[in-house]
Write a protein that binds this ligand. Structure first.
Ligand code: DOR
Ligand code: ZN
Length: 358
């Protein structure tokens, strides 16, 4: 298949960056890199420096382009944001409602405070990426995505109809329906884990912190709606892993961090879902075509091979003098990312099955 991109990933920094980035770079050609570092990436200089650190952490010969994002704060400078986009440093802006998730303390306290930034973004065609959850503690955590749509997203779309918006990592049937019913400027990413688990995974025989992420997984009915959306062929839905590594000690803790590390077996996990839904023929559009089309970027021309043979997911992955528990830890998956296709191997994955090497 055409080589995929990851439209939402956390690559972290320092030793953790070095430990995780090559899992993403191996499978994906490009990735939208989340800016929630400490301190967050809010300037062109910070994004350029971070991009250099990512490049330095790549294995020699890696073919991978990080697409940088700007973290929106209450006092972000609209001119800096616009300059970063027109100079090809920022691909998009990320809005975290303040305190919604990991490293979001400096996020936006009231979206109305940054209307000048949205105006500039709308004018220049710069996408806005949303962590779509309200932070109101009165709202049940399982309802925070829907409340965000009702209280914030609807208003944003009404006030900035030409602004390109990605409602990231959708987790509810309501969000799916909202995206489907909106115009072409609203799209969504869907993670491998929200396609595979529902909220029971966190409580299966005891507390399972490695299935805790934000937005938190919801009921089964929502997982099924996500699977239908991802495999429907609707171009408004595309791949974004939200791979979010945390050291095992920060997950297995009295106050554990949110995030699931799925980068090492991301495509294997998506292939599992698509095969189960009888939609392998739509995997390429979801993983490799819908995202770049929404962002207005060229499709990748290189190809990868996903082989229908088993992969054993390890219990732990060593990282930065600690360990991370990957998504699907200890499971055997029915697919294997077999690397990049050369001209010959392309016929191996010819969907018609008529390739000479098949
Ligand atoms: O589960 C999550 N982890 N959700 C987020 O929004 C942030 C991420 C992280 O940075 O760990
Ligand atoms: Zn994320």
């Amino acid at each position: 298949m055409r080589r995929p991109d990851d439209w939402h990933v956390h690559l972290r920094d320092g030793p953790m960056l070095a430990a995780v980035v090559n899992y993403t770079a191996r499978q994906f050609s490009r990735a939208i890199v989340m800016p929630n570092l400490v301190p967050p990436v809010t300037t062109i200089a910070a994004a350029e420096a971070y991009r250099m650190r990512i490049a330095s952490a790549l294995e020699p010969g890696a073919d991978f382009t990080p697409l940088m994002t700007c973290y929106l704060t209450d006092d972000i400078d609209p001119a800096e944001v616009a300059r970063g986009f027109t100079h090809n440093v920022f691909t998009a802006c990320k809005m975290y409602p303040a305190h919604a998730t990991t490293n979001s303390a400096l996020g936006v306290t009231d979206f109305k405070k940054i209307y000048r930034v949205f105006e500039a973004m709308e004018r220049i065609g710069m996408p806005l990426l949303l962590h779509g959850e309200v932070t109101d503690k009165q709202i049940d955590i399982f309802d925070r995505e829907v409340a965000f749509i009702d209280r914030i997203l609807t208003k944003l779309i009404a006030d900035f109809p030409a602004l390109k918006i990605v409602l990231e990592h959708v987790t509810t049937a309501e969000a799916v329906r909202f995206v489907e019913d909106s115009g072409p400027n609203l799209a969504s990413t869907i993670t491998p884990h929200h396609l595979e688990i529902n909220r029971n995974a966190m409580f299966d025989g005891g507390l399972r912190p490695h299935f805790y992420c934000l937005p938190v997984a919801k009921r089964e009915v929502h997982r099924l709606a996500l699977r239908r959306a991802a495999t429907s062929g609707n171009p408004k839905f595309f791949l974004g892993t939200d791979s979010a590594p945390h050291a095992v000690s920060n997950k297995e803790s009295a106050c554990g961090c949110a995030g699931i590390f799925n980068a090492p077996f991301a495509m294997e996990s998506y292939a599992k879902t698509f095969e189960e839904e009888g939609a392998l023929n739509r995997l390429e559009a979801f993983a490799s075509e819908n995202g770049p089309r929404f962002y207005g970027l060229p499709l990748n021309t290189t190809r990868i091979v996903l082989e229908r043979t088993s992969s054993q997911v390890p219990d732990f992955i060593p990282a930065a003098s600690t360990r991370i528990v990957p998504f699907h830890a200890g499971q055997t998956l029915a697919w294997r990312f077999a690397g990049h296709a050369d001209a010959d191997a392309t016929s191996l994955v010819d969907e018609t099955g008529s390739g000479s090497a098949s």
